[in-house]
Design a protein around this ligand. Structure first.
Ligand code: GLC
Length: 751
């Protein structure tokens, strides 16, 4: 259908629909039929009758959308109930948290950001979209594009870290991956960047807490990834839970109308986060549930995501009492119906259940997940032992001890925010090392050493079967600890997998500490005391306090939660079939006390990192933003500028020769940083303004170029309350991480 035909059909429907039917289209319900009835988690209250309530509402034509349905036969059944439940045959929109894979699980989003390769993000989301659409899901509540510089915040794992440049590239790439050639093209989903906006600045890193963000930080740091997602054509945006500078995002007219729609021209539909409309009353913005609905509609929130008792059910009264106009309601309903027409749901509302089975079992999806996991790993340290780096393992290594419960934990290997996974096909690190080692006569033995099933608190997501950490029946930690140490003592190398259980991070999983949980450090100490060299693989989604680890392990490889094929990918990296080239997407603090800490800070005193800004710890991070080592080595030539003086509005090209000085082919992530010397605001000591991950054969040199123009030079100025380019001198550095020296400069003259 052409867009004119769609609008004409929508006009017909709106003129025929009752107010109740319109309010129904604006209502999206969870469908909690897949919650584990045995779960001891009561964070969501008694959900046992929730599915029946939803089915009643569907049959009464009072539902426009559903979420948390993943089985094609169920989706088809509920879709039929929806279509037959309303007079106009309007189908339901099925949305879901397709965050980093659907059945084939890719590395967690923070890991994909660590690849510094937007193609990894795009490819992963394209496969996730194909799998999810095959089962009948139409829309992903992703990409999550919240910038954050607070690792205490559990949802750091869902985004792309602290930087707006990297974040914007990852956001746009994911939208392209989800939506392919455009909304409605085959095997694609509507992309729904979230959570608009400022959620990652929750005070104390406490999930859901308020955010106080200056206009300067909003426009220069928080907004760019959302703007990039909108410019990439995202068909949906999800609102945030928290209040931004005192006004709850979900009722925030300035955010949703002035910024999103009027400034950026967003034309898609807006959905609230779960119960975030009714929570406007909890916030104390709205007087009651009816007022909450009115405030959200006035902010332009088209669809209310709710567990039950939706606020939008009260819109009928609100229109009749004149508090909100039917035109406002029609505007919301129009955007929702437009998405359904664009997706072709009126013509083809059901899915082919046999085809779904074929799509979900496509082996090329598994290979893509393995390749992605290889590209996300970050080599943090690789100190030489007897003159040789421990990684990749030497061919002389014939016996490897793989230790720690996370080494053989399928559920943790997938990370949080996954639901339709297949644990039986998940390749753990121990399994991957054992298979790869076996191919080359290397004996690989595993021992957990310590308990895994420690649950300080249950996570909301333990509601779904298989999420809670468990230990094997009759686990005898003392005996297991001794067995692990014995294995280490008899091995050439001990590979110890340390990190956080996957339910310790994600939503409602912030932490007040960055310490390794459980007895992991005790295990490390005992293993290191055997004298066997130790390689540590980190399985986590936030920077952890690894200072004690660095004292005992010469080599640390950040492997994140690497997904369904993680074991194969990590084995290839550990044995050297692949070379790590990932880079940190955040500043890695030494301790939780340093938070928040970003590389792109301003400066008031020279030198930048005065020794004692804290009395008790250095003011520098443990690892810098953009840090990551390689199995090879790279040398950078001098930075060349195509001009040393331009006027405002013009561009200069910065270029550099990068040489692979090592003996093996490898990727390098070349990063461009800028610093504005003076102007009408204090500007960061450096900001990432461009990056390229590229393959450089051993001994070869490549020339890398970056444009530096208005897009890179402008910034939102709090005094001018607008975007400006200051005439100034700009320092430029190009290197392998954010500590690069800014060695050349160019002038920007008055226009
Ligand atoms: C959650 C999250 C949001 C998610 C939604 C549906 O509370 O905040 O990211 O998409 O509810 O699961």
């Amino acid at each position: 259908m052409t867009s004119d035909q769609i609008e004409a059909r929508i006009d017909e429907l709106l003129s025929a629909m009752t107010l109740e039917e319109k309010a129904g289209q604006m209502t999206q319900f969870f469908y909690f039929a897949e919650v584990d009835p045995e779960s001891d988690v009561d964070v969501m209250g008694d959900l046992s009758s929730q599915p029946a309530m939803v089915e009643r509402e569907l049959a009464a034509g009072r539902v426009g959308s559903l979420l948390f349905c993943t089985q094609p036969s169920e989706i088809n059944r509920l879709q039929r109930l929806t279509i037959e439940g309303n007079r106009h045959g309007i189908p339901a929109l099925f949305g879901f948290d397709v965050i980093h894979g659907f059945r084939t699980i890719f590395p967690v989003p923070i890991a994909t950001a660590a690849s510094w390769d937007p193609d990894v993000a795009a490819r992963g989301q394209a496969i996730a979209a194909k799998e999810a659409r095959a089962v009948g899901i139409h829309w992903a509540f992703a990409p999550m594009v919240d910038v954050t510089c607070d690792p205490r915040w559990g949802r750091i794992i869902e985004g792309a870290g602290e930087d707006p440049c990297l974040g914007a590239a990852m956001a746009a790439a994911q939208v392209r991956g989800f939506q392919g050639d455009g909304i409605g093209s085959p095997d694609t989903l509507i992309a729904g960047p979230k959570h608009f906006a400022g959620y990652g600045f929750a005070v104390g890193g406490r999930d859901y807490d308020q955010s106080h963000i200056s206009d300067e930080q909003l426009w220069n740091v928080v907004f760019p990834p959302f703007k990039a997602a909108v410019e990439a054509g995202a068909g949906n945006v999800m609102t945030a839970y928290m209040d931004l500078n005192g006004v709850p995002a979900t009722g925030n007219v300035w955010l949703m109308q002035n910024v999103l729609r009027d400034t950026w021209g967003f034309e898609g539909f807006l959905v609230s986060d779960a119960n975030a409309v009714r929570n406007l009353a909890t916030h104390g913005l709205a007087k009651d549930l009816t007022d909450a609905g009115v405030r959200a509609v006035s902010a332009g929130v088209d669809l209310e995501m709710a567990v039950d008792d939706p606020a939008y059910a009260h819109l009928v009264d609100a229109v009749r009492s004149g508090v909100v106009s039917e035109e406002q309601i029609d505007t919301c309903v129009r955007r929702i119906l437009r998405a359904k027409f664009q997706l072709g749901l009126f013509e083809e509302p059901y899915v082919d259940e046999q085809r779904a089975v074929e799509v979900l079992s496509d082996p090329t999806h598994r290979e893509a997940a393995r390749a992605a996991a290889v590209r996300t790993a970050v080599l943090l340290t690789n100190e030489p032992v007897d003159g040789q780096p421990l990684l990749p393992l030497s061919p002389e290594v014939k016996k490897v001890a793989v230790l720690g419960p996370l080494a053989d934990a399928p559920r943790d290997t997938l990370g949080p925010w996954v639901f339709d996974f297949d644990l039986t096909e998940t390749v753990t690190i121990a399994q991957g090392l054992r298979e790869r080692g076996g191919d080359f006569g290397v004996e690989v033995e595993y021992a957990p050493g310590i308990r895994h099933g420690q649950r300080t608190f249950a996570s909301m997501f333990d509601l779904w079967e298989g999420n809670a950490p468990v230990d094997p029946e009759g686990f005898d930690e003392e005996a297991e600890f001794a067995r692990a140490v014995e294995l280490a003592a008899g091995a050439d190398v001990a590979v110890l997998v340390l990190g956080e259980w996957q339910n310790m991070i994600g939503e409602a999983a912030s932490r007040s500490s960055l310490e390794l949980p459980g007895r992991q450090l005790d295990l490390l100490d005992a293993v290191a005391a055997t004298g066997t060299p130790v390689v540590v693989l980190l399985m986590n989604g936030r920077p952890l306090d690894v200072r004690p680890v660095m004292e005992k392990a010469p080599a640390i490889l950040e492997v994140w939660y690497p997904g369904s094929q993680g074991g194969h990918a990590i084995a290839a990296l550990v044995f050297g079939d692949e070379s790590p080239a990932g880079r940190l997407p955040f500043t890695w603090p030494r301790s939780v006390g340093q938070i928040p800490m970003v590389y792109s800070h301003t400066i008031s005193h020279e030198p930048e990192n005065q020794w004692r800004r804290y009395w008790d710890v250095e003011s520098t991070p443990l690892f810098a933003f953009g840090h990551g080592l390689s199995y090879s080595s790279f040398a950078y030539g001098d930075v060349n500028l195509s001009a040393t003086s331009i006027s405002v509005g013009e561009s200069v090209t910065a270029s550099v020769d990068v040489t692979n000085t090592g003996d093996r082919d490898a990727d390098e992530v070349v990063q461009l940083y800028l610093h504005q010397r003076w102007g009408t605001a204090s500007r960061p000591v450096r900001e990432l303004k461009g990056f390229q991950r590229l393959f450089v054969p051993a001994g070869q040199t490549v020339t890398v170029e970056f444009p530096v123009g208005p897009e890179q030079l402008r910034y939102w100025n709090a005094a001018a309350h607008d975007w400006v380019i200051d005439p100034s001198l700009f320092d430029v550095g190009i290197g392998g991480d954010s500590t690069v020296e800014l060695t050349v400069s160019f002038e920007v003259r008055e226009g």
